[in-house]
Structures are given as structure tokens and as C-alpha cells.
Design a protein around this ligand. Structure first.
Ligand code: NAD
Ligand SMILES: O=P(O)(O)OC[C@H]1O[C@H](O[C@H]2[C@H](O)[C@@H](O)[C@@H](O)O[C@@H]2CO)[C@H](O)[C@@H](O)[C@@H]1O
Ligand code: MN
Length: 441
């Protein structure tokens, strides 16, 4: 079996050790000869890289390992780039969340004004990674997790239409794991699903077991009472904000009981509730900096200090399993059905063919083949038309350097109550993002 060479771009990410552990756990299904890491923050990269070097030497010494901040060194001789960069890192996420909240508007990493601000920073960073990949390893594929995935995907559609880039999100997977637990199934893969929407903005329209039996009624009964809260919790999602998000799905479901919702819809359908329940001084970015970031970097420091990864508490990330499945689908033409963010192109028949939608695709070595969804109901269509316009206007604003279009994007967001509030938020975001955004005229 061929052995692959992987580059993790955004190697200093808190998710990198979890991805490495997942890759090691799957070597029988996805053999690897080389792992490299790339980041533009030398110190952050070295902390994660030095720990992963020890871990790999102990657990898979046959795999060549290196990390670098030099694009040519990092991107040469690569089959798959697994990308998860955060341009501006957590301090900028904190501002994305706190600036809108100051104006009484939802402050969230990927939704509303925070998502638009993050998108304006991410586009350039992700396009730069694609350029490096195409220059130094022109046959490679990029599996891109970098957020906000909806805006990044639209930017890749506009600016890199022929590139081998697949934009992905693991929120539906995380929810499907919960659904499987609610149903008492061993694995989410025991379910056959149909899902449609935009990234962080979608609905399950059908969930069956492998024999074709409808599982929606049992799930709906549970979600109507408890949202996506199930008995068994996981460590990341015991944080207060995540618990609230999974519980709030109950109210989101009530609006359209014919489908099951993505948790992120709470930010668009209950923005007043979200603002009321937000702490303007301590947002999710603070929770992550005090929690996951301290934990991951603390564990990496311990590995380096002890010169061994024995007894480390670093663990496999659930979200990493999806990226391995996707790489396998391309490498071995597995034709697995996977949710990807792809150009609509008629899959949702009554929706903009140029929209980047999140829908099931059959993935093989030629890339994704989107499945036909058919027509979607008026409620979803209306919401999606408004939200996709926010995403498209943001990308146009980035390409054209247009203040006007970014103001329109923020005004269009369902989370923002008026054009004047949109303008006030925009002016604060411009100030905070100097050096990250293109200059707007
Ligand atoms: N799509 C999904 O469902 C999903 C799931 C989880 C995380 N994510 C995304 O993964 C990313 C990483 O998340 P995290 O919380 O671990 O963030 P993090 O801040 O811990 O890591 C991001 C890393 O990217 C690096 N970086 C920033 N700009 C860069 C550039 N231009 N070139 C190279 N490296 C750069 C930073 O130095 C940092 O080390 C974020 O974009 C996050 O939103 C997406
Ligand atoms: O607030 P954070 O940084 O903890 O998480 C934000 C991300 O949340 C989603 O990803 C989850 C995923 O749903 C879950 O299953 C698990 O693997 O953790 C992921 C990271 O928290 C979302 O899909 C991402 O886009 C967000 O960045
Ligand atoms: Mn996501």
C-alpha cells in the first residue's frame, strides 16, 4: 500500500496533537511515510512540534517528522495538506466576539459580525497556503478546516476555482455522534443521512438506519425535550457555552419540526437570547485560552521536559477522524458519503447554483460528486438566501477592498438589527483589524 506524506498547516494549532494521534491510530487504513508541520509563528510551532517529535519517535519511529516556518521546506514532497490556521489567533477571536457584543449584537467566532471579521482575515492566509501547495507540491490536495469555512469556501470558489481544495466542517459529525448515542447505535456510521444548508447553517432532512428504517421520530422526540444533550458528555463540550448550545437546539427545532437543526442556527434564530446570555467581559475565546490552549500547551511542555510522551493526557480528537476518512476517500477512491462544502450547481434545485452549500458528496480519487438534494422548503430557502448573501458580499468586499460591500454584508446578517449598528460595528472592526484586512475604500 502506498505511504503518504502529510503537511499540517497551522501546525501550532491546539488541534494538531489530536490530529497526529488520530493519524497514528489509523496507520493500518492510511499508511504514512512523512509528517511535516508548517506555521508562521515560530514559537508556537516549536512548542507543539518538539512535543510531537518525541511522541512520534516513541510511537511510530519509521515516520519521518519535521516542522518549519519556511514555505518551500514545508510544502515540498506533500500528498495532503491538512490546513487549520487561525489568522490573528485567539486574541483576535476575542475581539471578534467582544466588539459586536459591545453593540448588543451576537459575538461569535463564525456567525454574525465576528464571522465576517474573521473571514476578512482568513481569506488571504488560506489563499497563500494554496499558492504554496501548488508551487511546491502541485499534485497535492488541501483538506481545509480553517474557519470561517463558509466565507473561506466562497473565497476559494472565486479566487481558486481549479485548485484541489476541499472545505470541511465537523459540527454535523459532532452532532451525529450525539444522535447515534441517543439512538443507542455503536457508531454515527450506522446512520444514513441527508443534510443540506450552508456551513454552520443547515438541517438534516432524513436519517435512516442501514435497513432503511426512519430514525427521525425517535430523534425528534429526544430533541424536542432535551436538544442534543445526551447522558455521556465529552471533555471539550462540558464547557458551559457548549452545553448551552446543545440544549438550545430544542428551541431551534421547535421552529421547524420537520427537520433537525445544526446547533449554530441558534445565533441567527435567537440572537436576543444569545446576547442576553453572553458575558461581554468573558467570551468563548477566553474559555478556550484558559482551557484547551493552556491544557494542550501544558501537556506539550511536559512531554518536552520529561523527554517522553508516556502518561500524556493529550487525546485523539473526534474531529480529526473525519479528516482521515476524507484523505482515505481520495487516496483509495473509497466513494464514502461525506458532508462537504461545495458549489451548489443545481444540487439544491431552487437555490443559487453558485452558492457554496454543505451537502453530502460521494468522495473518490477525482474529488467530490455532490448528491442531489432536490427542492428545499421556503423557510430554509429564505434564511439561506440572506446568509449566503452575507458570505458573498464579504468575499466581494475583500476582493474589491470595498467598505460599502462590507457594510452591506453586516447589514444583511440576521444577527444585526440595523444598518446604523452594522456601521458602528464595522468601524470598530476596521480599527481592530488593521494589518489583517485589506484597506477598505
Ligand atoms: N471547520 C471546522 O469545523 C473546524 C473545527 C475545529 C477547528 N477549526 C478551525 O481550525 C483552526 C485552528 O483552530 P485552533 O483553535 O486550534 O487555533 P489556534 O490559534 O490554536 O491555531 C491556529 C494556528 O494557525 C497559525 N497561523 C495563523 N495564521 C497563519 C498563516 N497565515 N500561516 C500559517 N499558520 C498560521 C497560528 O500561528 C496558530 O498556531 C481555526 O480556524 C478554527 O476555527 C475548524
Ligand atoms: O469554541 P471552540 O474553539 O471549542 O470550537 C469551535 C468549533 O466548533 C465546532 O467544531 C467542534 C466539533 O463540532 C466537535 O465535534 C469537536 O470535534 O470539536 C470541534 C472544535 O471545537 C465547529 O464545527 C468549528 O467550526 C468551530 O471552530
Ligand atoms: Mn465548523
Amino acid at each position: 500500500m502506498k505511504k503518504f506524506s502529510i503537511l499540517i498547516a497551522g501546525g501550532g494549532s491546539t488541534f494538531t496533537p489530536g490530529i497526529i494521534l488520530m493519524l497514528l491510530d489509523n496507520l493500518d487504513k492510511f499508511p504514512i511515510r512523512q509528517i511535516k508541520m508548517y506555521d508562521n509563528d515560530t514559537e508556537r510551532q516549536a512548542k507543539i512540534g518538539d512535543a510531537c517529535a518525541i511522541l512520534l519517535k516513541e510511537r511510530a519511529p519509521e515516520i519521518e517528522f519535521s516542522y518549519s516556518t519556511k514555505p518551500e521546506e514545508a510544502f515540498t514532497d506533500i500528498d495532503f495538506v491538512m490546513a487549520h490556521i487561525r489568522v490573528g489567533k485567539y486574541p483576535m477571536r476575542e475581539l471578534d466576539e467582544k466588539i459586536p457584543l459591545k453593540h448588543g449584537v451576537v459575538g461569535q467566532e463564525t456567525c454574525g459580525p465576528g464571522g465576517v471579521a474573521y473571514g476578512m482575515r482568513s481569506i488571504g492566509g488560506v489563499i497563500e497556503l494554496i499558492d504554496y501547495m501548488e508551487k511546491y507540491s502541485p499534485n497535492a490536495w488541501m483538506l481545509n478546516y480553517s474557519n470561517p469555512a463558509a466565507i473561506v469556501a466562497e473565497a476559494t470558489r472565486r479566487l481558486k476555482p481549479n485548485s484541489k481544495v476541499l472545505n470541511i466542517c465537523d459540527m454535523p459529525i459532532g452532532i451525529e455522534v450525539r444522535m447515534a448515542e441517543i439512538l443507542g447505535l455503536d457508531s454515527r456510521k450506522d446512520m444514513d443521512i441527508m443534510y443540506y444548508g450552508l456551513n454552520h447553517f443547515g438541517w438534516w432532512k432524513s436519517i435512516k438506519d442501514k435497513a432503511g428504517n426512519d430514525l427521525m421520530p425517535i430523534l425528534k422526540e429526544h430533541v424536542a425535550k432535551h436538544g442534543y444533550v445526551e447522558k455521556k458528555g465529552d471533555s471539550q463540550h462540558t464547557d458551559a457555552s457548549w452545553c448551552d448550545t446543545f440544549a438550545k437546539a430544542k428551541d431551534v427545532f421547535a421552529i421547524d419540526p420537520t427537520t433537525l437543526p445544526n446547533t449554530y442556527l441558534k445565533y441567527y434564530l435567537f440572537p436576543d437570547y444569545v446576547v442576553e446570555h453572553s458575558n461581554k467581559e468573558y467570551t468563548r475565546a477566553n474559555e478556550v485560552m484558559d482551557g484547551r490552549e493552556k491544557f494542550v500547551f501544558g501537556e506539550c511542555d511536559k512531554i518536552v521536559k520529561n523527554k517522553t510522551s508516556n502518561n500524556t493526557e493529550l487525546h485523539i480528537d473526534e474531529h480529526a477522524s473525519y479528516i482521515v476518512d476524507l484523505a482515505r476517500a481520495i487516496a483509495f477512491n473509497t466513494k464514502e458519503k461525506m458532508l462537504l462544502i461545495v458549489e451548489n450547481n443545481g444540487a439544491i434545485v431552487n437555490f443559487d447554483p453558485t452558492a457554496m452549500v454543505e451537502i453530502p458528496c460521494i468522495v473518490g480519487n477525482a474529488g467530490p460528486e455532490p448528491l442531489v438534494i432536490g427542492a428545499i422548503p421556503q423557510f430554509q430557502k429564505g434564511l439561506m438566501e440572506q446568509q449566503v448573501s452575507v458570505e458573498k458580499l464579504t468575499v466581494e468586499a475583500w476582493i474589491e477592498g470595498s467598505y460599502q460591500k462590507l457594510w452591506q454584508a453586516l447589514t444583511m446578517s440576521k444577527t444585526v438589527p440595523s444598518a446604523s449598528i452594522a456601521k458602528a460595528i464595522l468601524d470598530d472592526l476596521i480599527e481592530a483589524n488593521k494589518g489583517y484586512w485589506p484597506e477598505l475604500k
